[in-house]
Design a binder for this molecule. Sequence first.
Ligand code: KDG
Length: 292
Amino acid sequence: MTDVLTLGETMGAFRAAGPFRLGGAAELTVAGAESNVAIGLARLGHAVRWAGVTGVDEIGALIRRTLLAEQVDLTTRAVEAATGLILFEPRTADITRVLYYRAGSAGSQLSIEDVRRAFDAGTPRIVHVTGITCALSETALAAVTEAIHLGREAGSTVSFDVNFRAKLWSAQQAGEVIRPLLKQVDVLIASDDELPITGDHKVPEVVVKHGDKGATVGGVSVPAHEVTAVDTTGAGDAFVAGYLSGLLDGLTPADRLRRGNAVAAFAVATPGDWQGLPTRTDLDLLDLDSGS
Ligand code: KDG
């Protein structure tokens, strides 16, 4: 049984304590919006599958090893191209500069066939995709389109997070690609500044992330937890993991937002995209209804 299928590019991630131009130590880990969501859901006890392509290299092995250790099921293939890299360079407490080394990467070779193989492993209750993957290559966009299509055919809930990345494409290009896809989406997730990209659409459930102000769905708003943030990278993905977890557990819209906010609160309190993501026991520390 698969609760959630997600797909995209996960990269090797270098994180330094300060400017990269000074050299010195940098920590190596992995990062990718969809695999962040997958780890978040797995830590909350859901059955998650991530589909993606890596290189035949040590970074690819690190990605597979990390996701397997986090109990994420994999549909992967390794190809003769380098696994992409992302560099996180903290400049202020709130601002981290992101540098990509991912053009022509293995991950951008994600294709329709990878998605079909992932569906063969089990029909998911939720298919979760993001705008990042749409921007990577023609084949990756085709993979997202196929995932949405197969999800609809199978009766899965289709979730789409805009996740606009200005280093990958312009807002206009993103709008032209994303808007047609939204016709088949059940849950649209966007931060408030990404809403213009989505244009007019009829998506039934629109979840808006307001950063440290909280989040909204329909007419319901829930404020974020007040925590000391040490690293906000991955906060949006953490929120999505919590929100989708709430959807899987049949929580009300307000409780889905509460769980999303709670998961994000844990994520920002620890350096790294996904390292601080909570288990259900952790959620109880916030004295929340963490569902069944
Ligand atoms: O959401 C955090 C992501 O930005 C990060 O993990 C890297 O997926 C990523 C991307 O493409 O920017």
